[in-house]
Design a protein around this ligand. Structure first.
Ligand code: ATP
Ligand code: MG
Length: 382
C-alpha cells in the first residue's frame, strides 16, 4: 500500500492562484476527502496529484516514490503514477462493450488476454454488472456507466484512487448506494483514496479524514467527528452545517466555562471551554446546531435560556424548523417529531413568545468570522 505526501504545493494559472500552499500526508490505506466550496482548489490539487497539471511549486510523493519536485525538475507522467481516476463524467467509450471499456487499461499494460478477462469479470461482478460484459456501454444508465468507470479505474489495482465529484450526476438514492460501493472497494483492495466533493454529508460518510479547503489553503483537517463537533473556524462551522454561527462577546471566564453575550442583545449563554484562549471582552463567534436548540413554552429564567419570538416555522415531516428572533438576532431551532405533542396548535405561530435552551456542551467558541485561523494540518491516527 502507498501513502501520499504533498508538501508546499502551489499552482498558479497566470496571475490566478488556484492552490496557494498545501501540505498533506495521507497514510497508506487511508480515505481522505477534500471538501470545500466551488473554486477553492479541490480539482486543481487532485489534478496535480494525478500528473494532469504541472504544479508551480512543491513536492509530491506516491508511496516512497517522488512523482513531482519543482526544485529537482522532476515530473513523472500520469501513466507512471499507479493511480486510478473517476470523474463526474463517466468518459467511457460508448461503442465499446462494457468488458472492453473495463479491460482497456489491461490491454495497454499488455496483460495476457486470459488473465485480463478474469480480472475484468471480477471487477464487473464487484460492481454488480457481471452480466453486462458484452453489452455496449452506451446502452447503460448513468449509474451503471459510473460503475463501469469505477471498475475500469480499479481493474489494474492502482495504489491510489482519485475521485472528483463522481456521484454528482446521479440521483440521491443512487448516490447513497454508489457511495457505499466506493468505500467497500477501497477497503477490499486496500487502496489509498483521495475524494473531492463539495457535499459535507458525503465527505463525512466516506472518509477517514476530511480536509476542508478555502481559497487554495487547508482551513482544517480532521476526522469526520472532529469536524462535525469541533469546527475550528466560522468558515468550517458554516460548511459543516452549523445553522447558527453568531457574533458574541466574552463576558466572563470561569473554570472550564465561558459566559458570553449574543452581540446586540443582553442575552447570556454559558458554554464549555477549557482552551484558555479567550478573555473577558473578546469578540468571538459561537456556533451551534439547530438540532441542539430546544424550544419551550413557559417562563423559565434559568441561565442559558434565551427568550424570543417566533418569526417563521417550516414543516419538514419528521421535524419542524423554527426561526426565532432574540433581541434582533435570528436563531434557528428545530422541533423533532417526538416533541410535536409539547406544543398546542398556535404555540409556534409567528409572534408567539418562546424560550430556547442550548446546552453548554453543544456551543463551540470560535475566532470571530473573518479573523485568521491557524490551520491544523498535523495528521491524526485513523
Ligand atoms: N485551467 C485553468 N486556468 C485558469 N484558472 C483555472 C484553471 N483551472 C482552475 N482555475 C481556477 O483555479 C481556482 C480553483 O479551481 P478548481 O477547479 O481547483 O476549484 P474546485 O474547488 O474544484 O471547484 P468546483 O467545486 O467548482 O469544481 C478557480 O478560481 C478556477 O477558476
Ligand atoms: Mg472541481
Amino acid at each position: 500500500m502507498s501513502g501520499v505526501r504533498i508538501a508546499g504545493l502551489r499552482k498558479e494559472y497566470g496571475s490566478a492562484v488556484a492552490v496557494q500552499d498545501i501540505d498533506l500526508d495521507i497514510a497508506p490505506g487511508e480515505f481522505v476527502a477534500l471538501l470545500g466550496p466551488s473554486g477553492c482548489g479541490k480539482t486543481t490539487t487532485l489534478r496535480c496529484l494525478a500528473g494532469l497539471e504541472v504544479p508551480t511549486r512543491g513536492e509530491i510523493s506516491i508511496g516512497e516514490k517522488p512523482v513531482f519536485s519543482a526544485e529537482k525538475s522532476l515530473f513523472v507522467p500520469p501513466e507512471k503514477r499507479k493511480i486510478g481516476m473517476v470523474f463526474q463524467s463517466y468518459a467511457l467509450w460508448p461503442h465499446m462493450t462494457v468488458g472492453a471499456n473495463v479491460g482497456y487499461p489491461l490491454k495497454l499494460a499488455k496483460v495476457d488476454k486470459k488473465t485480463a478477462a478474469g480480472q475484468v469479470q471480477d471487477l464487473l461482478q464487484r460492481v454488480h454488472l457481471g452480466d453486462r460484459t458484452s453489452q455496449m456501454a452506451v446502452a447503460l444508465s448513468g449509474g451503471q456507466q459510473q460503475r463501469v468507470a469505477l471498475a475500469r479505474a480499479m481493474v489494474n489495482r492502482p495504489a491510489v484512487m482519485l475521485f472528483d465529484e463522481p456521484l454528482s450526476n446521479l440521483d440521491a438514492k443512487l448516490r447513497l448506494s454508489m457511495r457505499a460501493q466506493i468505500r467497500e472497494l477501497h477497503d477490499e483492495f486496500g487502496t489509498t483514496s483521495v475524494y473531492v466533493t463539495h457535499d459535507q454529508e458525503e465527505a463525512i460518510a466516506l472518509a477517514d479524514r476530511v480536509v476542508v479547503m478555502n481559497a487554495g489553503l487547508i482551513e482544517q483537517l480532521g476526522t469526520p467527528t472532529q469536524l462535525y463537533t469541533r469546527p475550528a473556524s466560522a468558515f468550517v462551522a458554516d460548511f459543516m452545517g452549523f445553522q447558527n454561527v453568531l457574533p458574541a462577546r466574552v463576558e466572563s471566564v470561569l473554570p472550564g466555562e465561558l459566559v458570553v453575550s449574543l452581540t446586540g442583545t443582553p442575552s447570556l449563554l454559558r458554554l464549555h471551554d477549557d482552551s484558555g484562549r479567550w478573555g473577558p471582552g473578546d469578540e468571538i463567534a459561537i456556533a451551534f446546531r439547530s438540532g441542539h436548540v430546544r424550544v419551550r413554552i413557559g417562563d423559565s429564567t434559568s441561565p442559558g435560556v434565551l427568550r424570543g419570538r417566533v418569526r417563521r416555522t417550516s414543516y419538514l415531516g419528521s421535524s419542524q424548523r423554527v426561526l426565532v428572533d432574540v433581541g434582533g438576532v435570528a436563531i434557528r431551532a428545530q422541533v423533532d417529531e417526538g416533541e410535536f405533542a409539547l406544543f398546542g396548535p398556535d404555540d409556534l405561530a409567528p409572534g408567539r413568545e418562546v424560550d430556547l435552551e442550548i446546552s453548554a456542551d453543544t456551543i463551540v467558541p470560535l475566532a470571530a468570522a473573518g479573523a485568521p485561523v491557524a490551520a491544523s494540518t498535523a495528521p491524526v491516527g485513523v
